[in-house]
Design a binder for this molecule. Sequence first.
Ligand code: NAD
Length: 280
Amino acid sequence: MEDLIKKAAQDLANAQYAIALSGAGISTESGIPDFRGPSGVWTKDPEAERRAYQSYGKFLENPKEYWEERLRAPSLLGDLEKTQPNPGHLALAELEKMGKLKSVITQNVDGLHEKAGTKNLIEYHGSYFKLRCSKCGLRIGSDEIDLQELNRKGELPPLCRCGGVLKWDVVHFREPIPEDVARRSQEEAWKCDLMLICGTSAVVYPFAQLPFLARKRTIEKQTTTESGLHVVKRAPATTIIEINAEPTPLTQEGISDYLIQGKTGRILPAIVEQVKRIRT
Ligand code: NAD
């Protein structure tokens, strides 16, 4: 594993436009369960997954009931207000500060990348702490609206200043990814020459398409044959590295170049240390 950590640091140091993708696995060391790992929420309670499939339909059908249910239901991920970023989140924020990482695209809704200090952050599945207008797309902080008070007064669902109905920003199953987020993520995936994929089972689509998109881009690379001939060939433009507790379909289908198997909270800080050594 130590050799792979050094290799990843060298790849990062060489990259011109590195980005990171993250999933629930990066937050397990902050005490938030993932969904599909051995102690995941869906692994332990498949019925909760079935219910989650109904949320978006409920919002479209009856937004008042959707909000009433949402205010009653306990959070599947625990008390996210209290959770703190772990060394994995902090390492990604540090790489950005060092100029080695251009953006983070996360599936997580827990706000921990932001708490860790990542600035250029795309929250692909929205944020637990925001509401989004279903008409104009405006996001507002959930602390800007007293939802319990609206509930008491029978004034749910909350409305945007444009008149549209506000939905929780978290993207539910069957809900389309907001257009601005989908577009920015695709641009980043297409542009990057290094993609660091941290703590995701890579089975949730369309997020899991981003590595496939990055893999499609090729560039011309010149090599010299033994006889001294210069040959120009098309080669993959992006190095794709996974850091995950277990292999994923990206590993199995050869989409990633290599997997560093283990915990993001240990591996990412070790990579940062190596990058610092290369730079000094
Ligand atoms: P997932 O649960 O499907 O997969 C998590 C992966 O991370 C698994 O392969 C697991 O083995 C691995 N893992 C767990 N702990 C790890 C660690 N410390 N280091 C390295 N790897 C580790 O998660 P997903 O792929 O992100 O998909 C789940 C969906 O559910 C996401 O779309 C996300 O929106 C949502 N979700 C979010 C949170 C959160 O915001 N923290 C938590 C659970 C689920």
